[in-house]
Design a protein around this ligand. Structure first.
Ligand SMILES: Nc1ncnc2c1ncn2[C@@H]1O[C@H](COP(=O)(O)OP(=O)(O)OP(=O)(O)O)[C@@H](O)[C@H]1O
Ligand SMILES: O=c1ccn([C@@H]2O[C@H](COP(=O)(O)O)[C@@H](O)[C@H]2O)c(=O)[nH]1
Length: 334
Protein backbone atom coordinates (compact mmCIF):
# COMPACT_ATOMS: atom_id res chain seq x y z
CA UNK A 1 0.00 0.00 0.00
CA UNK A 2 2.73 2.41 1.10
CA UNK A 3 4.94 1.18 -1.72
CA UNK A 4 2.23 1.71 -4.33
CA UNK A 5 1.48 5.16 -2.91
CA UNK A 6 5.15 5.99 -3.19
CA UNK A 7 5.28 4.59 -6.75
CA UNK A 8 2.32 6.76 -7.73
CA UNK A 9 4.03 9.77 -6.21
CA UNK A 10 7.22 8.94 -8.08
CA UNK A 11 5.32 8.53 -11.33
CA UNK A 12 3.56 11.84 -10.85
CA UNK A 13 6.86 13.48 -10.00
CA UNK A 14 8.41 11.84 -13.09
CA UNK A 15 5.67 13.19 -15.35
CA UNK A 16 6.21 16.69 -13.95
CA UNK A 17 9.93 16.32 -14.40
CA UNK A 18 9.51 15.14 -18.01
CA UNK A 19 7.51 18.25 -18.74
CA UNK A 20 9.99 20.47 -16.95
CA UNK A 21 13.00 18.81 -18.58
CA UNK A 22 11.52 18.90 -22.07
CA UNK A 23 10.57 22.53 -21.59
CA UNK A 24 14.15 23.22 -20.61
CA UNK A 25 15.76 21.22 -23.39
CA UNK A 26 13.36 22.46 -26.05
CA UNK A 27 14.98 25.84 -26.75
CA UNK A 28 18.49 24.34 -26.57
CA UNK A 29 17.69 21.49 -28.89
CA UNK A 30 15.74 23.81 -31.11
CA UNK A 31 18.72 26.12 -31.48
CA UNK A 32 21.07 23.20 -32.13
CA UNK A 33 18.92 21.05 -34.34
CA UNK A 34 16.92 23.73 -36.06
CA UNK A 35 19.65 26.25 -36.65
CA UNK A 36 19.11 26.28 -40.44
CA UNK A 37 16.53 28.60 -41.88
CA UNK A 38 13.06 27.19 -41.86
CA UNK A 39 11.93 25.75 -45.20
CA UNK A 40 9.58 27.92 -47.18
CA UNK A 41 7.22 25.14 -48.07
CA UNK A 42 5.01 23.34 -45.57
CA UNK A 43 6.44 20.07 -44.31
CA UNK A 44 4.97 16.82 -45.44
CA UNK A 45 2.91 15.41 -42.63
CA UNK A 46 4.01 11.99 -41.46
CA UNK A 47 2.82 9.64 -38.77
CA UNK A 48 4.52 11.61 -35.95
CA UNK A 49 3.26 15.09 -36.76
CA UNK A 50 0.25 16.56 -35.09
CA UNK A 51 -0.32 19.00 -37.89
CA UNK A 52 0.64 22.15 -36.00
CA UNK A 53 4.00 23.87 -35.75
CA UNK A 54 5.42 26.55 -33.51
CA UNK A 55 8.62 27.82 -35.05
CA UNK A 56 12.07 26.62 -36.13
CA UNK A 57 12.71 23.93 -38.69
CA UNK A 58 14.98 21.02 -39.49
CA UNK A 59 17.20 20.91 -42.52
CA UNK A 60 15.35 19.01 -45.16
CA UNK A 61 12.46 17.96 -42.90
CA UNK A 62 11.36 20.92 -40.69
CA UNK A 63 9.22 20.14 -37.60
CA UNK A 64 7.37 17.23 -39.08
CA UNK A 65 9.02 14.79 -36.59
CA UNK A 66 7.86 16.56 -33.44
CA UNK A 67 5.73 14.75 -30.87
CA UNK A 68 3.49 17.07 -28.90
CA UNK A 69 5.79 19.81 -30.05
CA UNK A 70 8.98 18.13 -28.82
CA UNK A 71 11.68 16.40 -30.74
CA UNK A 72 11.69 12.61 -30.13
CA UNK A 73 15.35 12.77 -29.14
CA UNK A 74 14.59 15.35 -26.44
CA UNK A 75 11.85 13.13 -25.06
CA UNK A 76 14.05 10.04 -25.22
CA UNK A 77 16.95 11.84 -23.51
CA UNK A 78 14.68 13.22 -20.77
CA UNK A 79 13.08 9.85 -20.12
CA UNK A 80 16.47 8.13 -20.00
CA UNK A 81 17.72 10.79 -17.58
CA UNK A 82 14.70 10.43 -15.34
CA UNK A 83 14.79 6.64 -15.47
CA UNK A 84 18.42 6.48 -14.44
CA UNK A 85 17.83 9.18 -11.82
CA UNK A 86 15.05 7.08 -10.32
CA UNK A 87 17.10 3.87 -10.39
CA UNK A 88 20.28 5.45 -9.06
CA UNK A 89 18.92 7.92 -6.50
CA UNK A 90 15.21 7.71 -5.71
CA UNK A 91 14.85 3.91 -5.50
CA UNK A 92 17.92 3.34 -3.25
CA UNK A 93 16.77 6.26 -1.06
CA UNK A 94 13.29 4.78 -0.62
CA UNK A 95 14.78 1.36 0.13
CA UNK A 96 17.10 2.94 2.70
CA UNK A 97 14.26 4.80 4.48
CA UNK A 98 12.17 1.60 4.57
CA UNK A 99 15.09 -0.28 6.13
CA UNK A 100 15.66 2.44 8.72
CA UNK A 101 12.01 2.28 9.72
CA UNK A 102 12.14 -1.50 10.03
CA UNK A 103 15.22 -1.27 12.23
CA UNK A 104 13.60 1.37 14.46
CA UNK A 105 10.47 -0.75 14.85
CA UNK A 106 12.57 -3.82 15.69
CA UNK A 107 14.44 -1.98 18.44
CA UNK A 108 11.21 -0.60 19.85
CA UNK A 109 9.66 -4.06 19.92
CA UNK A 110 12.74 -5.54 21.56
CA UNK A 111 12.56 -3.13 24.46
CA UNK A 112 8.87 -2.56 24.82
CA UNK A 113 7.48 -5.98 24.24
CA UNK A 114 10.50 -8.30 24.07
CA UNK A 115 9.21 -11.43 22.46
CA UNK A 116 5.74 -11.18 23.98
CA UNK A 117 2.66 -10.14 22.10
CA UNK A 118 -0.18 -8.16 23.66
CA UNK A 119 -2.23 -11.39 23.70
CA UNK A 120 0.49 -13.29 25.56
CA UNK A 121 0.80 -10.49 28.12
CA UNK A 122 -2.97 -10.40 28.62
CA UNK A 123 -3.06 -14.18 29.05
CA UNK A 124 -0.23 -14.36 31.61
CA UNK A 125 -1.66 -15.06 35.09
CA UNK A 126 0.11 -12.22 36.93
CA UNK A 127 -2.61 -12.09 39.58
CA UNK A 128 -1.92 -15.72 40.58
CA UNK A 129 1.71 -14.95 41.44
CA UNK A 130 3.04 -14.16 44.89
CA UNK A 131 4.97 -10.93 44.52
CA UNK A 132 7.04 -9.51 47.36
CA UNK A 133 8.70 -6.09 47.01
CA UNK A 134 12.13 -5.74 48.65
CA UNK A 135 12.80 -2.15 49.67
CA UNK A 136 15.28 -0.15 51.71
CA UNK A 137 17.99 2.46 51.21
CA UNK A 138 20.86 1.97 48.76
CA UNK A 139 23.18 -0.68 50.16
CA UNK A 140 20.79 -1.85 52.89
CA UNK A 141 21.22 -5.52 51.96
CA UNK A 142 18.29 -6.07 49.58
CA UNK A 143 20.36 -8.05 47.07
CA UNK A 144 22.29 -9.99 49.72
CA UNK A 145 19.14 -11.25 51.45
CA UNK A 146 17.17 -11.79 48.24
CA UNK A 147 19.84 -14.22 47.03
CA UNK A 148 19.32 -16.39 50.10
CA UNK A 149 15.53 -16.19 49.90
CA UNK A 150 15.75 -17.61 46.38
CA UNK A 151 17.30 -20.85 47.55
CA UNK A 152 15.21 -21.22 50.70
CA UNK A 153 11.77 -20.24 49.39
CA UNK A 154 11.93 -20.80 45.64
CA UNK A 155 11.56 -17.18 44.63
CA UNK A 156 12.67 -15.79 41.31
CA UNK A 157 14.77 -12.74 42.17
CA UNK A 158 14.25 -9.73 39.91
CA UNK A 159 16.44 -6.75 40.75
CA UNK A 160 15.09 -3.67 38.95
CA UNK A 161 18.54 -2.05 39.09
CA UNK A 162 20.17 -5.12 37.53
CA UNK A 163 17.56 -5.34 34.79
CA UNK A 164 18.19 -1.67 33.98
CA UNK A 165 21.96 -2.20 33.93
CA UNK A 166 21.51 -5.19 31.59
CA UNK A 167 19.27 -3.12 29.31
CA UNK A 168 21.82 -0.32 29.38
CA UNK A 169 24.55 -2.68 28.16
CA UNK A 170 22.56 -4.13 25.26
CA UNK A 171 24.15 -2.67 22.12
CA UNK A 172 20.79 -2.19 20.33
CA UNK A 173 18.96 -0.65 23.28
CA UNK A 174 17.50 2.75 22.51
CA UNK A 175 17.50 3.50 26.25
CA UNK A 176 21.18 2.77 26.95
CA UNK A 177 22.33 6.36 27.33
CA UNK A 178 19.22 7.43 29.18
CA UNK A 179 19.57 4.64 31.74
CA UNK A 180 23.29 5.30 32.22
CA UNK A 181 22.54 8.95 32.94
CA UNK A 182 19.73 8.25 35.43
CA UNK A 183 21.78 5.67 37.32
CA UNK A 184 24.86 7.86 37.57
CA UNK A 185 22.71 10.75 38.80
CA UNK A 186 20.82 8.56 41.27
CA UNK A 187 17.53 9.40 39.54
CA UNK A 188 14.54 7.17 38.85
CA UNK A 189 14.30 5.88 35.28
CA UNK A 190 10.86 6.52 33.68
CA UNK A 191 8.59 3.80 35.02
CA UNK A 192 7.39 2.54 31.61
CA UNK A 193 10.90 1.24 30.91
CA UNK A 194 11.38 -0.45 34.29
CA UNK A 195 7.90 -1.94 34.41
CA UNK A 196 8.32 -3.27 30.85
CA UNK A 197 11.57 -4.98 31.86
CA UNK A 198 10.07 -6.43 35.04
CA UNK A 199 6.97 -7.70 33.27
CA UNK A 200 9.07 -9.39 30.59
CA UNK A 201 11.35 -10.91 33.21
CA UNK A 202 8.34 -12.35 35.06
CA UNK A 203 7.03 -13.82 31.82
CA UNK A 204 10.43 -15.41 31.21
CA UNK A 205 9.62 -17.63 34.24
CA UNK A 206 6.12 -18.96 33.61
CA UNK A 207 6.84 -21.98 35.84
CA UNK A 208 7.43 -19.79 38.92
CA UNK A 209 4.76 -18.65 41.33
CA UNK A 210 6.98 -16.51 43.59
CA UNK A 211 8.77 -13.32 42.66
CA UNK A 212 10.99 -11.09 44.77
CA UNK A 213 11.07 -7.68 43.17
CA UNK A 214 14.15 -5.97 44.57
CA UNK A 215 14.68 -2.19 44.57
CA UNK A 216 11.26 -1.44 43.10
CA UNK A 217 8.98 0.53 43.27
CA UNK A 218 11.18 3.59 43.78
CA UNK A 219 8.37 6.15 43.87
CA UNK A 220 4.58 6.29 44.28
CA UNK A 221 3.93 6.65 40.54
CA UNK A 222 5.82 3.41 39.83
CA UNK A 223 4.02 1.63 42.65
CA UNK A 224 0.60 2.55 41.33
CA UNK A 225 1.50 1.84 37.69
CA UNK A 226 2.88 -1.61 38.52
CA UNK A 227 -0.04 -2.60 40.73
CA UNK A 228 -2.54 -1.34 38.15
CA UNK A 229 -0.97 -2.93 35.10
CA UNK A 230 0.95 -5.99 36.34
CA UNK A 231 -0.13 -7.19 39.78
CA UNK A 232 -0.39 -6.29 43.44
CA UNK A 233 2.36 -7.10 45.93
CA UNK A 234 1.34 -9.43 48.75
CA UNK A 235 4.10 -8.22 51.07
CA UNK A 236 6.94 -5.70 51.34
CA UNK A 237 10.26 -6.50 52.98
CA UNK A 238 11.85 -3.33 54.26
CA UNK A 239 15.52 -3.32 55.25
CA UNK A 240 15.90 -0.43 57.62
CA UNK A 241 19.37 1.05 57.94
CA UNK A 242 20.97 4.33 59.10
CA UNK A 243 22.63 6.41 56.39
CA UNK A 244 26.08 6.20 58.05
CA UNK A 245 26.11 2.39 57.69
CA UNK A 246 24.76 2.54 54.15
CA UNK A 247 27.54 4.95 53.18
CA UNK A 248 30.23 2.77 54.68
CA UNK A 249 28.92 -0.37 52.94
CA UNK A 250 28.46 1.32 49.57
CA UNK A 251 31.95 2.84 49.58
CA UNK A 252 33.33 -0.54 50.50
CA UNK A 253 31.34 -2.25 47.75
CA UNK A 254 32.51 0.45 45.30
CA UNK A 255 36.10 -0.80 45.59
CA UNK A 256 35.18 -3.88 43.56
CA UNK A 257 31.65 -3.52 42.17
CA UNK A 258 32.54 -1.50 39.07
CA UNK A 259 29.17 0.26 39.43
CA UNK A 260 29.02 3.79 38.06
CA UNK A 261 27.00 4.91 41.10
CA UNK A 262 29.07 3.47 43.95
CA UNK A 263 31.02 6.71 44.40
CA UNK A 264 30.51 9.49 46.91
CA UNK A 265 28.89 11.95 44.47
CA UNK A 266 26.32 9.45 43.15
CA UNK A 267 25.71 7.99 46.63
CA UNK A 268 24.70 11.43 47.98
CA UNK A 269 22.23 11.82 45.10
CA UNK A 270 20.84 8.31 45.66
CA UNK A 271 20.27 9.09 49.34
CA UNK A 272 18.37 12.25 48.37
CA UNK A 273 16.15 10.33 45.92
CA UNK A 274 15.57 7.63 48.52
CA UNK A 275 14.41 10.11 51.17
CA UNK A 276 12.26 12.21 48.82
CA UNK A 277 10.76 9.56 46.53
CA UNK A 278 11.29 6.01 47.78
CA UNK A 279 10.66 6.25 51.50
CA UNK A 280 7.07 7.49 50.90
CA UNK A 281 6.39 4.22 49.05
CA UNK A 282 7.35 2.22 52.15
CA UNK A 283 5.15 4.48 54.28
CA UNK A 284 2.21 4.00 51.90
CA UNK A 285 2.52 0.19 51.99
CA UNK A 286 2.90 0.34 55.79
CA UNK A 287 -0.49 2.02 55.95
CA UNK A 288 -1.90 -0.98 54.09
CA UNK A 289 -0.32 -3.29 56.70
CA UNK A 290 1.94 -4.98 54.14
CA UNK A 291 5.40 -4.05 55.46
CA UNK A 292 7.79 -6.34 57.32
CA UNK A 293 10.57 -4.20 58.80
CA UNK A 294 13.98 -5.81 59.29
CA UNK A 295 16.95 -4.04 60.81
CA UNK A 296 20.02 -4.31 58.58
CA UNK A 297 22.33 -3.89 61.57
CA UNK A 298 24.04 -7.10 62.62
CA UNK A 299 25.95 -9.75 60.76
CA UNK A 300 24.69 -11.01 57.41
CA UNK A 301 23.61 -14.27 59.02
CA UNK A 302 21.73 -12.50 61.81
CA UNK A 303 19.89 -10.24 59.37
CA UNK A 304 18.98 -13.17 57.17
CA UNK A 305 17.78 -15.31 60.10
CA UNK A 306 15.34 -12.56 60.99
CA UNK A 307 14.24 -12.30 57.36
CA UNK A 308 13.77 -16.05 57.07
CA UNK A 309 11.58 -16.19 60.16
CA UNK A 310 9.33 -13.47 58.80
CA UNK A 311 9.01 -15.22 55.46
CA UNK A 312 8.08 -18.54 57.09
CA UNK A 313 5.36 -16.72 59.00
CA UNK A 314 4.15 -14.95 55.86
CA UNK A 315 3.76 -18.18 53.86
CA UNK A 316 1.82 -19.77 56.72
CA UNK A 317 -0.47 -16.73 56.80
CA UNK A 318 -1.27 -17.04 53.11
CA UNK A 319 -1.70 -20.81 53.39
CA UNK A 320 1.32 -21.81 51.31
CA UNK A 321 4.14 -24.22 52.05
CA UNK A 322 7.32 -22.18 52.68
CA UNK A 323 9.47 -24.77 50.93
CA UNK A 324 10.06 -24.09 47.25
CA UNK A 325 8.20 -25.79 44.47
CA UNK A 326 10.33 -24.13 41.81
CA UNK A 327 13.56 -22.23 42.00
CA UNK A 328 15.19 -19.77 39.67
CA UNK A 329 17.14 -16.55 39.70
CA UNK A 330 17.19 -13.67 37.26
CA UNK A 331 18.77 -10.24 37.18
CA UNK A 332 21.58 -11.25 39.55
CA UNK A 333 24.00 -8.62 40.81
CA UNK A 334 27.12 -8.18 38.62
N1 LIG B 1 24.55 -7.39 57.34
C1 LIG B 1 25.57 -6.92 56.62
N2 LIG B 1 26.71 -6.63 57.23
C2 LIG B 1 27.77 -6.16 56.54
N3 LIG B 1 27.77 -5.95 55.22
C3 LIG B 1 26.65 -6.24 54.57
C4 LIG B 1 25.49 -6.74 55.21
N4 LIG B 1 24.54 -6.91 54.30
C5 LIG B 1 25.05 -6.55 53.13
N5 LIG B 1 26.33 -6.14 53.28
C6 LIG B 1 27.22 -5.63 52.24
O1 LIG B 1 26.76 -4.31 51.94
C7 LIG B 1 26.88 -4.05 50.56
C8 LIG B 1 25.49 -3.69 50.06
O2 LIG B 1 24.64 -4.82 50.10
P1 LIG B 1 23.64 -5.17 48.93
O3 LIG B 1 24.36 -5.10 47.64
O4 LIG B 1 22.98 -6.43 49.26
O5 LIG B 1 22.68 -3.92 49.10
P2 LIG B 1 21.46 -3.46 48.17
O6 LIG B 1 20.44 -2.96 49.08
O7 LIG B 1 21.09 -4.55 47.24
O8 LIG B 1 22.19 -2.27 47.39
P3 LIG B 1 21.67 -1.46 46.14
O9 LIG B 1 20.39 -0.85 46.51
O10 LIG B 1 22.73 -0.45 45.94
O11 LIG B 1 21.59 -2.43 45.02
C9 LIG B 1 27.42 -5.31 49.91
O12 LIG B 1 28.80 -5.14 49.73
C10 LIG B 1 27.16 -6.41 50.96
O13 LIG B 1 28.12 -7.43 50.93
O1 LIG C 1 13.01 0.86 39.81
C1 LIG C 1 14.14 1.34 39.67
C2 LIG C 1 15.30 0.74 40.19
C3 LIG C 1 16.52 1.32 40.00
N1 LIG C 1 16.62 2.47 39.30
C4 LIG C 1 17.92 3.09 39.02
O2 LIG C 1 18.97 2.16 39.20
C5 LIG C 1 19.87 2.61 40.22
C6 LIG C 1 20.47 1.46 40.94
O3 LIG C 1 19.46 0.68 41.55
P1 LIG C 1 19.85 -0.42 42.66
O4 LIG C 1 18.56 -0.97 43.16
O5 LIG C 1 20.61 0.30 43.72
O6 LIG C 1 20.67 -1.45 41.98
C7 LIG C 1 19.03 3.56 41.04
O7 LIG C 1 19.79 4.50 41.77
C8 LIG C 1 18.20 4.24 39.97
O8 LIG C 1 18.93 5.21 39.29
C9 LIG C 1 15.49 3.06 38.79
O9 LIG C 1 15.57 4.11 38.16
N2 LIG C 1 14.28 2.48 38.98
Amino acid sequence: MLASFRNTKVMLRSAQQVRAATALTKPILASRLYSSPAPQSSPKPNQFTMGQSSGGGKKGGGRSNLIFGFHPFAIFASLTLLGSGYLMIVKPFLQWTDKQKEERDDKKAEVEGASYTAEQIAAFPFDKKTVVFVLGGPGSGKGTNSARLVSDFGFVHLSAGDLLREEQKRPVSQYGELIAHYIREGLIVPHEITIGLLRNAMMDHPESDRFLIDGFPRNLVQAKAFEDTVCKAKKVLYFECPESILLERLLDRGKTSGRSDDNIESIKKRFRTYVNDSKPVIDAFAEQGKVITISCQGTMDAVYKNTEEHMNKFFKEIGQEPTPSASASAGKKD
